[in-house]
Design a protein around this ligand. Sequence first.
Ligand SMILES: Nc1nc2c(ncn2[C@@H]2O[C@H](COP(=O)(O)OP(=O)(O)O)[C@@H](O)[C@H]2O)c(=O)[nH]1
Ligand SMILES: [Mg+2]
Length: 203
Amino acid sequence: MQQNVRERVNIKFTLLGMTGVGCTSIIERYTNNYFGPDLYPIGVEFRMRHLDNLDEKRCSIQMWDRYRSNERFLSTPPFYYRNASALFLVFDITNRKSFQYLDRLIESIPNTDCYPYEIYIVGNKCDLIEQRVISKEEANEYSTKHAAIYFEVSAKDNINVLKKFDEIAITHFFNKLNDPPPKPIQQQQTTNTSQSSYWCNII
Ligand SMILES: Nc1nc2c(ncn2[C@@H]2O[C@H](COP(=O)(O)OP(=O)(O)O)[C@@H](O)[C@H]2O)c(=O)[nH]1
Ligand SMILES: [Mg+2]
């Protein structure tokens, strides 16, 4: 019997940020519409969200969580970057250190000729208005300086998370359909990719 195989376009998004900025919370909100202090999966590298019926195809979005390494050494492995459509550098709008940490994240990004991704800077916890220490103006200025696009979200209050990430995913989906990405200029040494994955069908 012939199976109805639906065409699928894969999008990989990688989130990076200082511990505690809310990378896992954003991913949980986006893939599972959940926010809470507990039930966060341990040892999971990415989670999935699927958007169906886009041009009669399925868009499968992999959300790669911040690498759980010792931050002082910034040893994010290459497979976090490889084939990523976009990098999301997350900070907490109530924590200046997490904003300053973006410098180190940007320095550690591999050569963009090799990995042609877009870079977004994401200010999380925008529900904590009273405790804000990084203004939108400062974050926007910093992002422009680094050729990145800035937006704010709250994983807790579900502000902007679905809207922004879906919007960006859909743009990448159509870009990929119309213009398949070029092969990387330089082939990096092959690294073993994720063994552990968590699949989450919410649509
Ligand atoms: N107020 C508020 N707290 C948040 C938000 N997102 C995450 N948190 C809290 O920030 C802490 C760190 O979140 P987590 O997702 O584990 O951060 P990660 O280390 O970057 O993965 C937790 O206590 C979360 O409940 C948010 O949008 N607003
Ligand atoms: Mg986490």
